[in-house]
Write a protein that binds this ligand. Structure first.
Ligand code: ADP
Ligand code: MG
Length: 361
């Protein structure tokens, strides 16, 4: 039987999971949890929505004690993901103090909270370094450094920051990392952090995002907005993320949809932190039906019940397509996606589909 009991987790954690209807570990969880408990330097690769967050949080919470020392540092590429990891950790009913720190949020209050050190810090690299350099975080007690969404951390240019932070954790004895894909540069980074990585892939999970329906609408730049509205009116998505290529495109689409009477908000990296948080909260609380976002802002975000992912602009690569559609159909749910493709993008769209099909083979 595939149960959490077989993975050597404590009864407390298993009870909490059961309350959340989480009964069977996913493949990446089954493979990684025992190894992490043994102290191995695990680097896990598994598709979006396959449960990577719990794959590292569950064993790490077991290994951490409430002692007012920073023992675990989790680095996240975005503020939204840092907050999400924090809330998943809190929901596990742990006695540990957990703090997320990231730019854009009031640094004074974060400084105050650090006076009584949390056992676990979840941070974006920039703010984390800032606080460390102000001597507000003692990293001499850190035992474990975790990188979530390694590929994206690299894409966002955090490579050197990660290496620095890694050096600061002088007593560290475990390094973990997770990503939907582990690119060559990700593996290179891994070897810069530890000599003894254990790569674990749950690629062959039989999970092929086949529970996600993939539609396409061929359109023109001029007709796109009207086509989007027709699609929305026909489908009436319960909860949907609409992806645009740039912040500007997000801004424009938000105004247009808003004027057309759709219940929407926007999310991108150029917005003030308070606005970003408001949008995420409204979306999670089902106060809005549509979140219009750049891809970067939505990376790793897990909102239960997203029924439709809409690619208003074509994703730039197969990886980004997979990331985007992974926002729906999370573990065992059904999902829908639609991609709007202009005449001159047909070739690029086909290339994406072919790349994905080849990857699955
Ligand atoms: P990933 O990081 O791989 O993209 P997440 O960790 O964000 O995926 O998890 C995706 C969703 O799956 C979350 O809503 C989470 O609560 C849920 N989930 C995680 N593990 C399980 C499980 N073993 N059984 C059912 N649902 C799970
Ligand atoms: Mg994740």
């Amino acid at each position: 039987m595939k149960t959490f009991e077989n993975l050597n987790l404590s009864d407390e954690i298993i009870t909490t999971l059961n309350i959340q209807y989480i009964k069977e570990p996913t493949k990446i969880q089954r493979l990684c949890i025992p190894e992490i408990l043994k102290g191995k330097n695990v680097f896990g690769e598994a598709k979006t929505g396959s449960g990577k967050t719990l794959a590292f949080l569950l064993p790490i919470l077991e290994k951490t004690n409430p002692n007012n020392e920073v023992q675990v540092v989790i680095l996240s590429p975005t503020r939204e993901l840092a907050m999400q990891i924090e809330s998943v950790a809190h929901a596990l009913n742990t006695p540990l103090k957990i703090l997320s720190v990231f730019g854009g949020r009031d640094i004074q209050s974060q400084m105050k909270k650090l006076k009584n050190p949390p056992e676990m810090i979840i941070a974006t690299p920039g703010r984390f370094m800032d606080l460390y350099e102000r001597k507000l975080i003692n990293l001499n007690t850190v035992k474990c450094l975790i990188l979530d969404e390694i590929d994206q951390l690299l894409e966002m240019g955090f490579r050197d920051d990660i290496i620095k932070i890694n050096k600061w954790c002088v007593q560290k004895n475990q390094t973990l990392g997770f990503s939907a894909t582990l690119s060559k540069s990700a593996k290179k980074l891994v070897y810069a952090l530890t000599d003894t990585p254990e790569f674990i892939s749950a690629e062959d999970d039989g999970y092929e995002q086949s529970h996600i329906a993939k539609d396409v609408v061929f359109t023109t730049p001029r007709g796109k907005f009207a086509d989007l509205c027709s699609y929305l009116n026909e489908e009436n998505p319960f909860l949907s993320i609409i992806f645009c290529r740039t912040r500007r495109r997000v801004d424009q689409l938000e105004v247009a949809l808003h004027q057309a009477g759709y219940n929407c908000m926007k999310l991108h990296g150029g917005m003030p932190q308070s606005k970003r948080q408001q949008a995420m909260k409204a979306f999670r609380d089902l106060k809005i039906q549509y979140l219009i976002s750049t891809e970067v802002a939505a990376r790793g975000i897990d909102v239960t019940g997203v029924t439709h992912v809409i690619n208003y602009d074509l994703p730039e690569s197969p990886e980004s397509y997979i990331h985007r559609i992974g926002r729906t159909g999370r573990v065992d749910q059904r999902g829908n996606t639609v991609t709007f493709v202009n005449e001159d993008e047909k070739k690029a769209y086909e290339d994406i589909l072919n790349a994905i099909n080849n990857q699955l083979k």
